[in-house]
Design a protein around this ligand. Structure first.
Ligand code: AMP
Ligand code: GLY
Length: 426
């Protein structure tokens, strides 16, 4: 098969890395790709991921059999609908179902309809009404801009003042533009977060290995939120009992509801969960793989990934068995100095070969660029260094050994990826 992956982060490198090993693969392309992806896929001249006409043209010219979008934006803008009518298959949900990620209010309504456990919420279209609501509430609140805000639209508030401030930013200053036309205000939940990602054909699903992201910039979850500073898998927080609850009370009812609405969900479905007093609550749905979760999860799969995706496309997922490696994984993100705010690009990266020559290490590239034989930084999150090991502590040790061999000026990484698992491991 001739495959086109869309995206250029660590998640897309992990996808391309897995696809490049498939016995069904004839050719692999990635747009825009990155320095590391160029080792396993062709990188064509850049096309914007929302220029669907140009992407369609490329697909027809290169006889692409399947497009796999990595990030949410093309999905939420309807790439599946657009390319499907032009005879190109897409592994991902249609525009309507992608609103699960594209609109927080939509996701909440679907959860309500499906009877899925989630924080109590109210949706507001106006500043005045939202403000009046906040002024009357005494419980801790979370204020969320409705639309896509590149991970910045959620305000977990410690006081009424913070909630009012968030409303002002969204409705008055309009820092998120149209994405802030609506606001979801919900109760603040306490607990521990985990990521649960499935591959589904709309009716049946296969759960990928469990994982936990590390969203804050600094150790012990201090500092500002980021796209994710590291992940590990499996997440022992997800016990077999909680797994059953997730599958029976969240995934299946959501799939059933979407199917009944006439939009069976095809693709990766990511549930961001809060485990609170032994019960899983949904914080958010994403219509894609997580980043950096993918870099921790995918290397633990025994299966030929393309075969799994094809069986979902053909509606045969039920008869397929997903096999997880016995090994655990830890992925440490190395970021540019200054990320998630301002940072410089174009710094030389050294030590990649030494790191990759270690056993059980894969260095996934995110913001990198290759020039000649050298790699340079080209984004906020630069690398995701993944190690496999017999246990999470062993994988952690290997990952940090590899990280210590890699250098670029000002490189920042957390030192505690995987530690959250320790309390469950005895
Ligand atoms: P979201 O994009 O909706 O997942 O929100 C981003 C982050 O905000 C989550 O990963 C949580 O850390 C936090 N968050 C979102 N909703 C809630 C909630 N209802 N209670 C507590 N924390 C939340
Ligand atoms: N790592 C969180 C996300 O991909 O949304």
């Amino acid at each position: 098969m001739r495959i086109l992956v869309l995206g250029g982060g660590g998640r897309e490198h992990a996808l391309c890395y897995m696809l490049s090993k498939s016995k069904y693969l004839k050719a692999l392309y990635c747009i825009p790709g990155n320095g590391g992806i160029s080792k396993v896929a062709h990188i064509p001249p850049e096309i914007s991921l929302t220029d669907f006409d140009k992407i369609a043209e490329f697909c027809l010219k290169e006889r692409i059999d399947l497009v796999i979008p990595g990030p949410e934006e093309p999905l939420v803008k309807g790439i599946r609908d657009f390319l499907t009518t032009r005879g190109v298959r897409v592994f991902g949900p249609d525009r309507w179902a992608s609103q699960l990620e594209g609109s927080k209010a939509f996701a909440k309504e679907v959860m309500k309809k499906a009877g899925v456990l989630t924080a109590d919420f109210v949706v507001f279209n106006s500043y005045e009404e939202a403000r009046a609501y906040v002024q009357k509430k005494d419980s801790p609140l979370v204020v969320k801009a409705d639309g896509l805000c590149a991970g910045k639209g959620v305000f977990v508030c410690n006081s009424k003042e913070e909630a009012l401030e968030a409303l002002k930013k969204i409705f008055i200053e309009r820092v998120f533009g149209e994405a802030g036309d609506k606001v979801v205000i919900e109760e603040r939940l306490e607990g521990e977060e985990a990521s649960y990602i499935v591959i589904t054909d709309g009716e049946h699903f296969k759960a990928l290995p469990t994982s936990q992201d590390h969203k804050r910039l600094y150790d012990q979850d201090k500092g500002p939120n980021t796209g994710g500073m590291g992940a590990y898998s499996p997440a022992p927080l997800i016990t077999p009992e909680i797994k059953t609850q997730i599958e029976e009370n969240i995934i299946l009812p959501i799939l059933k509801t979407l199917k009944e609405e006439g939009h069976p969900y095809l693709g990766f479905l990511y549930a961001g969960l809060m485990i609170s007093e032994g019960k899983p609550y949904v914080l958010e749905f994403n219509c894609r793989l997580g980043d950096p979760e993918a870099q921790a999860i995918l290397p633990r799969l025994e299966n030929d990934l393309l075969e799994v995706l094809l069986s979902a496309l053909e509606g045969n997922l039920k008869s397929l068995t997903l096999k997880e490696k016995e090994k655990a994984s830890v992925c440490v993100v190395m970021a540019s100095k200054g990320y998630p705010e301002k940072y410089v690009k174009g710094l030389e990266i050294s030590g990649l070969d030494e790191a990759e020559s270690l056993e059980d290490i894969i260095v996934f590239h995110a913001g990198t660029k290759k020039e000649g034989n050298k790699f340079y930084t080209n984004g906020g999150r630069v690398l995701g260094v993944t190690a496999l090991g017999d246990t999470i502590p062993k994988a952690k040790e290997k990952a940090y050994k590899a990280v210590s061999l890699i250098h670029f000026e000002g490189a920042h990484y957390r030192k505690d990826i995987g530690d959250k698992a320790l309390k469950y491991l005895g």
